[in-house]
Every structure is written in C-alpha cells, then in structure tokens.
Ligand binder design. Structure first.
Ligand SMILES: NC(=O)c1ccc[n+]([C@@H]2O[C@H](COP(=O)([O-])OP(=O)(O)OC[C@H]3O[C@@H](n4cnc5c(N)ncnc54)[C@H](OP(=O)(O)O)[C@@H]3O)[C@@H](O)[C@H]2O)c1
Length: 320
C-alpha cells in the first residue's frame, strides 16, 4: 500500500480519490533501462505516485514515433504491480481529428501499451477550435464502450472548455472533469487566473498541474538539450533566471528545487494531481518529499514563492 503522506483528492467531481503525484511518459521510459523502469513503477505505487500518463506520441507537433508507451507497458507487466492499484491516463490528439477518430486512436494506444482500458484520458490542445459538440459525443462513445471512465482537457482555451461543459450538460453526457494545465512556481496565469478560476472554485474541474519544472529547468537550473513542452508567452529565459532564488528557498525548506516546485502546486486547493517527468528512480524519491512539505508547510511554501511568477503578461484564457 502507498506511503500516504498527503490526502488524495478526486480527479473529477464525484470520482474516486487519486494519488497526488503522477508520472509522465514523454521522454522518460524511453530514456531508462527496462529494469529501472519496472522498479520505478513499483516504487511509484509505494510513494503514492501510482498514476501514469500514457500517451502515443505520433502526430502534429508530437510526430516523434516515440516507443515510450510500448516500453511503459512492458515495464508495467514486469513490475508485477496490480492494475487495480494504479490510475492510467490516456491521450487523444486533435491534430487530425475527426479524420483520425477517437476510437481508432484510443484502441491503437491501448494496443501498443498492452492495456485493455484507461481510467481517464486527456484530450489535447489544437490550432483551430474543434467541433466541441461532436467531440464530447465521441469521447462519450468511448466511455459507453467501457474503454475509459472520465476525461479532461489539456491547455484548452476557456471558450472551448466552457462549450464542452455546456454541450455535455445539454445532452446529459460526461463533460471534462479536470484541466491539465502548465503550472509551476514560475508559470501561473492560466491555472490561477480569472478564466479557469471559477470552474476550480465551484468544483466543476480540478487542476492537474503539468510541465511543472518547465521540462527540467526548475529542477536543475539548466536548459535541457532535448525537446521540452511549448513555451507559451516566450518566458523561458525569465524562468531560468529565477532558478537561483528557487534553489535558495528550497534549501531553506530543506528540500530539492524539484520537491519545492511540486509542493507549490499541491498547496493550491484546486490541484488534484501533479504530473511530472522523472527519468531516474532517485528523482522520484526526491520528488516524493514534496508530499510531506505540502502537508506540513504548504502555506509557508506559497508565501515564500509569492513573487516568483514570471508570466504575468501571459493571457489566462489559453489564447496565445
Ligand atoms: N500540459 C502541457 O503543456 C505539458 C507539456 C509538457 C509535458 N506534459 C506532460 O507532463 C509530463 C512531464 O513533462 P516533462 O517531463 O516534459 O516536464 P517536467 O515534468 O517539467 O520535467 C521533467 C524533467 O525534470 C527533470 N527532473 C525531474 N525531477 C528531478 C529531480 N528531482 N532532480 C533533477 N531533475 C529532475 C528530469 O530531467 P532529466 O530526465 O533530463 O534528468 C525530468 O525528465 C509529460 O510526460 C507529459 O505527459 C504536459
């Protein structure tokens, strides 16, 4: 059973509580030896991080032909972890939808990872606004088929998120229950701003924080050489510039900058889960310290980092 150092919260209104930490698959399992990946999965369950984001990176800006999802599936089977002890999150891409339908996308993704269902899934972002009514109906077909229970959105503009909620309400369908947004010490506009705020406050959505280290910058103070998430607002140099101060505050709390960054996100009451990448077991162990920090000193962590946001000029409604 997990070492429960932080209370679990439901990912979606009325849903089961989920682990507070989740591990991403983008550029992780494919940068780890198989045995370490299996050990990481086992340890994640023990550390209440048994929530795995499993996407097939195969189109649009992610036409990377990555095998990370296949490797995750192999490591999961080797880990011996019980399926009922973990949460699995799939991903649907909109880059070529509805040309590439959701059913085909999800089946291919499940098949590659050797899974029979996801617990939840995220519908990705877009360039042109999708037909939201059709999208909600298409996701609900997957729910009706038993392939997934709930869903959320990833960096959508507030307009389409509200339209999806309204369409689901009007048709008696399952609407999005959480928003996976870029969120961290330096980047706060969208997750804490006025556009999404009311939906978090009234419990319509929960927040899944992602890209919390800006691809690693806020964990190491270095700009990674590998491809990392999109830099909305072009603020990465400013993010990098605050690292020495982040390091100083982390030392004051006796944790790593990475653990501080996760604790910052967890201490926001809207947050149900913090999704991060870890490519070594040691990183997971360090990051787990965020749970005790957020539990014991969440308010102080937020206060110490109050002025560290560098994206004040970035729009909070997701348009960019
Ligand atoms: N919503 C979005 O826009 C968005 C964007 C990007 C990703 N995501 C999702 O979020 C997941 C995570 O994203 P990500 O991995 O790109 O970004 P991230 O979580 O911000 O950064 C992860 C990287 O930080 C470094 N790191 C983690 N813990 C550390 C520690 N304790 N000490 C030192 N370095 C540490 C590692 O770099 P090294 O491996 O190089 O050591 C790790 O790969 C993805 O798998 C994806 O599912 C979402």
């Amino acid at each position: 059973m997990p070492v429960s150092t932080y209370p679990r919260r439901p990912l979606t209104s009325g849903g089961s509580p989920v682990p507070p930490l989740a591990l991403g698959s983008w550029n992780t399992w494919d940068r780890m030896p198989h045995a370490e990946a299996a050990a990481m999965i086992r340890r994640a369950v023990e550390l209440d991080a048994g929530f795995f984001d499993v996407a097939y990176y195969n189109m649009g800006p992610h036409a990377e032909n990555s095998k990370t999802d296949i490797l995750f599936g192999q490591a999961l089977r080797a880990s011996g972890v019980d399926r009922s002890d973990i949460v699995l999150c799939g991903k649907l891409w909109l880059w070529d939808w509805p040309n590439q339908g959701f059913g085909a996308q999800l089946r291919e993704s499940l098949d590659r990872a050797g899974l029979d269902r996801f617990d939840t899934l995220v519908v990705g972002d877009y360039l042109a606004a999708p037909d939201v009514g059709r999208l909600v109906a298409d996701v609900n077909e997957l729910i009706d088929e038993g392939l997934v229970d709930s869903w959320g959105i990833n960096n959508w503009r507030i307009e389409e998120t509200r339209a999806a909620l309204a369409a689901a309400e009007a048709e008696g369908l399952v609407g999005p229950g959480f928003a996976q947004l870029k969120y961290g010490i330096a980047r706060r506009s969208m997750a804490e701003g006025a556009a999404y705020g009311p939906l978090f406050i009234d419990g319509t959505l929960t927040l899944q924080a992602s890209d919390v280290f800006e691809g690693g910058i806020l964990a190491t103070g270095r700009m990674p050489q590998r491809k990392i998430g999109a830099d909305v607002g072009g603020i990465r140099e400013q993010v990098l510039a605050i690292y020495p101060d982040v390091e100083r505050v982390a030392a004051e709390f006796g944790v790593t900058p990475a653990a501080l960054g996760i604790a910052f996100c967890l201490a926001n009451p809207a947050t149900s889960n913090v999704l991060f990448g870890a490519s070594r077991l040691e990183q997971l162990e360090q990051n787990h310290e965020a749970l005790a920090l957020a539990r014991d000193h969440g308010v102080e962590v937020r206060a110490a980092l109050e002025d560290f946001g560098v994206d004040r000029a970035v729009r909070d409604d997701g348009a960019w």
